[in-house]
Design a protein. Structure first.
Length: 413
């Protein structure tokens, strides 16, 4: 397999870029993963790659559109599509030197509103990263890390400690294991234990592993982190027959549901393993790191459609998302272990080429569309989670030879 050459990739990036520039004004959501601020992330990273300041200027235009929409009454709160996600993106851009902005002055206006939403969601068992309480907590952790105000840092500290207190009170203790029950479908009729990074316990683990790095949160989060990992590990299938090691979720009686699981960021082995990998770095548990690596290495064997159920290219559950997780792990192993393993680079290259091949849906959306299985149709998107800006960021990561810091938007890093 020949990896796509730089000329092809740069041309594809420019195709994605033109499509975004021509259409961003029609969008009305501001979130990081399914909104305008994610398009801005693409523009700033693209501008850094090409050293073309015009991309940076359009990035500012997109961010201004976010503020204008909020001033006009937009009040959707979530991380994925709403104000919390926009706030996270602004912090990220300042933190990594893309922009200068007084985020304290701007974002503190939303503190009480987003805190109220976070507490409402967690009290009703909505632990969702994309659309619920974990997403808000992730935003408030970003604010805690990046604020320049001592009084605001104290505010965010107390918000996060309150979150941890409620999270702990609602946990189910099963011996040495901790888990959280939630709704598993849109109807709310199916209740159980969601294991995923997008909506479930893996996202809680990812959040806890970040919180416990800080002195103020370590006591409240570390034991919870370790015991929730123990629960996650207890659901491992020890004889998966080259299919998924973990199910999507576990029902109220403790039986796996929706297994085997597809390969992707959102559900299944990759999101679970990357969450455990990041936790191992936090608590410095080498055995836990080996466990995560074994899951990831095993997953590289899955390439046939019957083993992966990969229909399309996007980050959430498509080929470029899989490719980027393996690429991140190649970077992580090169950084943290003595002997880099090319197994992840080879797997990343395979799925990258698969992603390129999926760009066959005409000229709009740079040829990329997402397969909506429940609706039985192909749908285009330009957002980070399912669309072309996320695909573009993945391509940029292969061209600029820098750490792909943007992937923290998905709790990959």
């Amino acid at each position: 397999m020949n990896f796509p050459d730089n000329t092809f990739l740069l041309n594809k990036l420019e195709e994605i870029n033109r499509d975004i520039v021509n259409t961003f004004k029609e969008y009305k959501h501001v979130g990081c993963l399914s909104g305008l601020s994610g398009l801005a992330l693409f523009k700033f990273y693209y501008g850094r790659l090409t050293q073309d300041d015009s991309h940076r200027q359009i990035g500012f235009q997109i961010l201004s559109s976010c503020v204008n929409l909020i001033n006009a009454g937009f009040n959707y709160p979530t991380y994925c599509a709403g104000i919390a996600g926009m706030g996270w993106a602004l912090d990220h851009l300042v933190e990594h030197g893309f922009i200068e902005n007084d985020n304290d002055s701007l974002l503190s206006n939303f503190d009480k509103f987003l805190q109220k939403k976070m507490l409402s969601d967690i009290k009703t068992g909505n632990y969702d990263f994309l659309h619920g309480s974990v997403g808000y907590a992730y935003y408030f952790l970003s604010r805690y890390r990046n604020t320049h105000s001592d009084s605001l840092r104290l505010t965010y500290k107390n918000i996060l400690l309150n979150f941890l207190e409620i999270l702990t009170s609602q946990a189910e203790i099963k011996g040495s294991k901790t888990c959280w029950k939630s709704k598993l479908d849109h109807s709310g009729n199916l209740i159980g234990y969601n294991l995923s990074l997008s909506h479930g316990i893996s996202s809680i683990i990812s959040l806890l592993s970040r919180l416990c790095r800080y002195e103020y949160f370590e006591e409240s989060s570390k034991n919870l982190l370790i015991s929730s990992i123990d629960y996650l590990r207890s659901n491992k299938d020890n004889s998966p027959n080259e299919s998924s090691i973990f199910p999507d979720w576990v029902n109220e009686n403790g039986h796996p549901y929706e297994t085997p699981c597809r390969l992707g960021w959102c559900y299944g082995d990759l999101g679970i393993a990357i969450s455990i990998w990041n936790a191992h770095k936090c608590i410095e548990d080498k055995e836990l790191g080996r466990f995560a690596l074994n899951i990831l290495e095993y997953s590289t064997k899955r390439q046939k459609f019957s083993e992966t159920s990969v229909y399309d290219a996007g980050l959430c559950h498509g080929a470029f998302g899989i490719s980027h997780i393996y690429y991140r792990m190649h970077y992580e192993i090169s950084k943290f272990l003595d002997q880099p393993k090319n197994i992840f680079l080879k797997a990343s290259n395979f799925w990258f080429q698969e992603g390129v091949n999926y760009g066959c849906h005409g000229q709009e959306f740079a040829g990329y569309r997402e397969w909506k299985g429940t609706e039985k149709k192909w749908v285009g998107s330009r957002f980070v989670l399912n669309g072309t800006s996320g695909i573009g960021l993945t391509i940029i990561s292969r061209l600029d030879n820098l750490e792909p810091t943007w992937d923290s938007s998905l709790m990959i890093s």
